[in-house]
Design a protein around this ligand. Structure first.
Ligand code: COA
Length: 323
């Protein structure tokens, strides 16, 4: 990874803010989720705007120019438009209109899938340098009248610049999905199943709904299975892990999986307390913060692991090399 970056909007929404608008308490939110606050984008701040800020940081840290990038990928469930792709809009904002650009929509597993696709494009020689961005304006699809989901989500973006190098960093990937029950976690209206109508909007069918308890159980199981499978594919074991950077959906999910994976101490990166669940942005934000804190050393083994709507899940084993 040549460079990593992130961005979160200025406005902070605390648990106390939710106490004013919902039948909830700081104590409930902290004890059930580990969240204290999350960042919320301005009305006029878009997914590509946040992605742009994260991308600029990653490109600067990579020591390259935007024009050195051969392909832009954006993982998001909250695109600027249904189409064109947010990646295409972002590339133009970076001043590299004309560059290959596409979106990936795999909900909270988006960064894991994106890392797999971007790394494969590099290893196959199709591109030398790929910009991968996870950016989400989840506040735009959050129902602030539903206490079961409203408190969980925040906005933000993370970005990585991947480039071809002699030392291999992408070691393995394990991906999965099961679309047999979309009702577990979805935005019901706005697609071809239920086109948006005035009635649908008044019933908030254009906002996220979730069966939290079912998703919780699935998340813990899949995080463990995907981590072990990715490690096995790379010929590694749990003991080899320097850092696990999981999707930040709920502190309890992360702790439960970490315990079963026998991951102890500060090997597991946590940001959910500050940012809530930022979907495909959560892993690259956590990675960028870990890098910014000077914690990553040459040769460290990082396991990225995520899960989310789809349902979807995945893990990537990654060797961190200083560039
Ligand atoms: N404040 C206060 N009470 C709340 C609440 C809130 N913000 N949200 C839900 N409750 C209530 C429920 O209404 C329920 O009340 P009831 O027993 O009277 O019906 C009670 O708390 C328990 O609800 P339950 O859903 O069993 O809580 P939980 O311990 O499972 O925690 C989640 C709820 C959503 C935090 C948890 O299920 C979760 O994190 N699931 C995974 C979600 C996720 O990660 N989604 C994204 C995937 S990428």
């Amino acid at each position: 990874m040549a460079g990593v970056g992130h961005y979160v909007p200025e406005r902070v929404m605390t648990n106390a803010d939710f106490e004013k608008i919902l039948d909830t308490t700081d104590e409930w939110i902290v004890s059930r989720t580990g969240m204290h606050e999350r960042h919320i984008a301005r009305d006029d701040e878009t997914t590509s705007d946040m992605g742009l800020a994260a991308a600029k940081m990653a490109i600067e840290r990579a020591g390259c120019a935007a024009s050195d990038i051969g392909c832009v990928i954006v993982a998001t469930v909250t695109p600027d438009y249904l189409f064109p792709a947010t990646a295409s809009v972002l590339a133009a904002k970076l001043g590299i209109a004309g560059t290959a650009a596409f979106d990936m929509e795999i909900a909270c597993s988006g960064f894991i899938y994106g890392l797999t696709v971007a790394s494969s494009l590099i290893q196959s020689g199709v591109y030398r340098r790929v910009l991968l961005v996870g950016s989400e304006k989840l506040s735009s699809i959050t129902n602030y009248e539903d206490r079961g989901t409203a408190v969980l989500f925040g906005d933000g973006a993370g970005a990585v610049v991947l480039e071809a190098a002699e030392r291999n960093d992408f070691l393995s990937s394990e991906l999965g999905s099961d679309g047999s029950d979309p009702s577990l976690l979805l935005v019901p209206a706005g697609g071809t199943v239920a086109p948006l109508t005035a009635e649908g909007i008044s019933e908030k069918q254009n906002k996220m709904v979730m069966k939290g308890r079912e998703v919780f159980r699935f998340a813990v199981t899949k995080m463990i299975e995907a981590t072990d499978a990715a490690l096995a594919k790379a010929g590694l074991t749990r003991k080899d892990i320097s850092y696990a950077i999981p999707h930040q959906a709920n502190r309890r999910i992360i702790d439960a999986a970490a315990k079963q994976l026998e991951m102890i101490g500060d090997k597991v990166v946590i940001t959910v307390d500050k940012y809530g669940n930022t979907s495909s942005a959560s892993i690259p934000i956590a990675l960028s913060e870990t890098y910014g804190a000077g914690k990553l050393k040459d040769g460290d083994l990082i396991v990225f692991v995520g899960f989310g709507g789809g349902l979807s899940w995945g893990a990537v084993a990654w060797r961190w090399w200083e560039r």
